[in-house]
Design a protein around this ligand. Structure first.
Ligand code: ADP
Ligand code: MG
Length: 311
């Protein structure tokens, strides 16, 4: 568990981060979202002490980060930034193995970890281990950057706009990869973005920053349905709200008994997909399947009932 306790950073007379408190559960993704200059990067950098807080403290599993030497702290906290920050003259393997090497892991264990991570990121170790960053695509560089940050199995992974430089298609793929890998490894991740769409699709919890203050800290569905301030509502985008809400709910939640014609939807599909399928086929209901077998139907009426602000 990560406890951020009334943390403040003052530059001159300005509070870049203003008494922010939040608790992050182990094994979850927390996304910090806000406009440029809202204090996201400063907040993140106070967690691994790249910036020293003016006041307040951060505790990781009960221990104050102020009681640990910064360079030792940073070996336990992965940090991935936009533009990946890879060492250009080191191979992929040396880049990924950098922190385990500092921690003096035996060679064999480092090599095995490098190969395990490359495979996890769908990069064939024999093909990529000995390449240099310049011999990779932007998306591959970004994956190596994240693999490096995860290499020593850190207590926490901090990511500052990690997907900012990627084009939209690769970006969506990168988000899905991160989700999958996070689930597989059970990592605790705090990720910064200015993109509410990214926050909603990636976060177990979303922290919205405005002018250095934490204005709302809640699960995505709550942020959409009940934005705490006009600023949050603006960021969510009023017109998109019902669709965003539907994209977070799966068909399995509203299957009802009965039959329907048309192409079936798997119960894992989102209600946004179900709505789209109903509109596209001009039907009021479609069959729903579990493990390939039809188990009932999903109706336009039931979808509509879930699209309002009453989760
Ligand atoms: P974000 O990451 O949300 O864009 P930052 O945390 O980088 O925001 O910055 C928050 C505020 O603090 C901004 O107004 C920025 O100009 C200011 N700031 C950040 N770093 C420094 C610094 N080293 N010295 C003075 N002001 C800073
Ligand atoms: Mg920033």
């Amino acid at each position: 568990m990560i406890e951020i306790d009334h943390i403040t950073k003052t530059y001159g007379k300005v509070n870049a981060v203003d008494a922010v408190s939040m608790t992050v559960e182990t094994g979850s993704i927390t996304v910090i979202v806000g406009t440029s200059g809202s204090g996201k990067t400063t907040l993140l950098r106070m967690i691994n002490r790249l910036e020293e807080p003016t006041s307040g403290e951060v505790r990781i599993n009960g221990t104050s980060t102020l009681s640990v030497k910064p360079h030792l702290l940073r070996r336990r906290i992965g940090y991935a930034i936009q533009g990946h920050g890879l060492f250009p003259h080191h191979t992929v393997a040396r880049n990924i193995g950098a922190v385990p090497e500092l921690l003096k892991w035996p060679r064999g264990k480092i090599d095995a970890r490098v190969d395990e991570l490359l495979a996890l990121f769908s990069m064939d170790p024999t093909e990529f281990r000995d390449r240099f960053p310049a011999e990779l695509s932007g998306g591959q560089q970004q994956r190596v950057g994240v693999a490096r940050a995860l290499a020593s199995r850190p207590d926490l992974l901090l990511m500052d706009e990690p997907f900012g430089a990627l084009d939209p298609i690769i970006r969506t793929q990168a988000q899905e990869d991160l989700r999958q890998i996070q689930r597989k490894l059970g990592s605790t991740i705090m990720l910064v973005t200015h993109d509410m769409e990214e926050a909603i699709s990636l976060g177990d919890q979303v922290a919205v920053m405005d002018g250095g203050k934490l204005v709302q800290y809640a699960p995505p569905a709550e942020i959409i349905a009940r934005p705490a301030t006009d600023f949050v509502a603006n960021m969510v985008g009023d017109a998109e709200r019902p669709l965003r809400l539907l994209s977070l709910i799966s068909v399995s939640e509203i299957i009802e008994p009965g039959e329907a014609d048309g192409e079936a939807l798997p119960e894992t599909a989102s209600l946004r997909d179900a709505l789209s399928a109903c509109l596209w086929t001009g039907r009021d209901a479609l069959p729903a399947t579990r493990g390939g077998a039809v188990v009932g139907r999903v109706t336009l009426k039931a979808i509509r009932a879930r699209a309002g602000a009453h989760v």
